[in-house]
Design a protein around this ligand. Structure first.
Ligand SMILES: Cc1ncc(COP(=O)(O)O)c(C=O)c1O
Length: 382
């Protein structure tokens, strides 16, 4: 017994020491449950699984899913043979109550990405133009382009924020849709709600406004000013939200749009009525409005983000003021080299092109991961 415990302790301390590399807890438990072989010992001494990368490339939540969500998913498995018609309706009612709208105003998708695709198809099919700031999350516009619409892009301002004045000025007579992302991805920057609200009000007189609020809950609760309350009397505004970010359910795929039923009908034509799975619905139900879990994510994320921004300050590298789990800054050297050298050190990030320059987009992991990341990044750019 003593021997087993000391192996476990050794294994735990090895895990703790490994530079920024996290094993999924299920895998850790699995490995700890069995006696450690010489091969495993040697392998982990060499650096804990060369192909375990720290994923700072998809704006995921390293703390999710919550314990409540995990439990609900396990319990939902017995319903895995059933289409989730009723469960989806129940979830829609919960969402409608939380958002303060009638249930007819809620459209669910397997991730908000699915709804962005559907909207891109629905409005892209009309030809004409779609408009957005750039860089931003491009999925809707990519789909609209596939349907032969043109994508007009408006640069961010010097602080890497949406320039809503310039966006408003760029609306043309054949602009079918304008995509607004606040907070924005890839910058994490936030524009004050009065500006966004004024923009939505004016722009929606001319075209559909798609307000993406995927990262809104990373802001302190008092700062979370959604555009949802504009939707009720305005068929030209839709707001999308996701369970992938603050709730940490990215892999389960569930999100939603709030909009006027007529507008939702137009979007829903290009998707299935029952795409979220039993497991995703169960997790969403268990975690919707879980203030404790959101607070935990928000607080840990802010601490970990500071590790990165303090490093960037120290290096005098400018960056957009992010209030979310992603930071964008100019690449200090060739993007391809940064990617490959970081990859060798076990870290995945993204490189974006903007204004003929390369930019590093780094998602925020745990505090330990970010401490190890800045060390590795510093070596890469030295
Ligand atoms: C701004 C924004 N909207 C929507 C999505 C899509 O997320 P999901 O499909 O997981 O809901 C993402 C994903 O990164 C995003 O950054």
């Amino acid at each position: 017994m003593k021997k087993v415990l000391s192996r476990r302790d050794w294994f735990k301390s090895t895990l703790a020491l490994t530079a920024g590399v996290t094993l999924a807890s299920s895998l850790t438990e699995h490995l700890m449950a069995a006696p450690m072989s010489e091969a495993e010992r040697a392998y982990f001494d060499l650096g804990l699984g060369a192909n375990q990368k720290v994923r700072l490339n998809s704006n995921e939540n390293p703390y999710g899913p919550s314990e409540k969500a995990k439990k609900a998913v396990i319990e939902s498995l017995t319903q895995g043979n059933r289409y989730a018609f009723n469960e989806l309706e129940e979830l829609k009612k919960l969402i409608a109550a939380k958002e303060g709208v009638d249930v007819k105003y809620v459209l669910m998708g397997a991730g908000s990405g699915e709804l962005l695709c559907q909207t891109g198809i629905a409005y892209g099919l009309e030809g004409g133009r779609v408009l957005s700031a750039y860089p931003t999350f491009p999925l809707l516009m990519n789909y609209a382009q596939q349907m032969k619409a043109n994508w007009d892009k408006v640069d961010l301002n010097d602080k890497l924020e949406h320039n809503y004045e310039a966006l408003a000025a760029a609306i043309k007579s054949d602009t079918r849709l304008v995509f607004s992302c606040n907070p924005n991805n890839p910058t994490g920057t936030v524009v004050s709600d009065s500006i966004v609200r004024g923009f939505c009000q004016e722009a929606s007189k001319k075209t559909l406004v798609y307000a993406d609020e995927a990262y809104l809950e990373f802001l302190e609760p008092a700062q979370q000013k959604s555009m949802v309350n504009m939707v009720e009397n305005n068929p030209n505004i839709v707001v999308s939200k996701t369970f992938s970010k603050i709730y940490g359910l990215a892999g389960l795929r569930i999100g939603y749009v709030i909009g006027h039923p007529d507008t939702l009908q137009k979007i829903a034509k290009y998707g299935d009525t029952i795409s979220p799975s039993q497991t995703a619905i169960a997790a969403a139900k268990a975690t919707l409005g879980d203030e404790d879990f959101m607070k935990l994510t928000r607080e840990k994320n802010a601490i970990a983000r500071n590790v990165l921004t303090n490093y960037l300050d120290q290096k005098k590298i400018s960056y957009g003021k992010s209030l979310t789990n992603v930071v964008l800054f100019p690449a200090p050297k060739d993007g391809k080299k940064i990617l490959s050298q970081l990859d060798e050190k076990g870290f995945l990030i993204r490189i974006w092109d903007y204004q003929s320059k390369e930019w590093c987009r780094v998602s925020i992991g745990t505090e330990a991961e970010m401490k190890n990341f800045v060390k590795a990044f510093d070596e890469v750019i030295a």
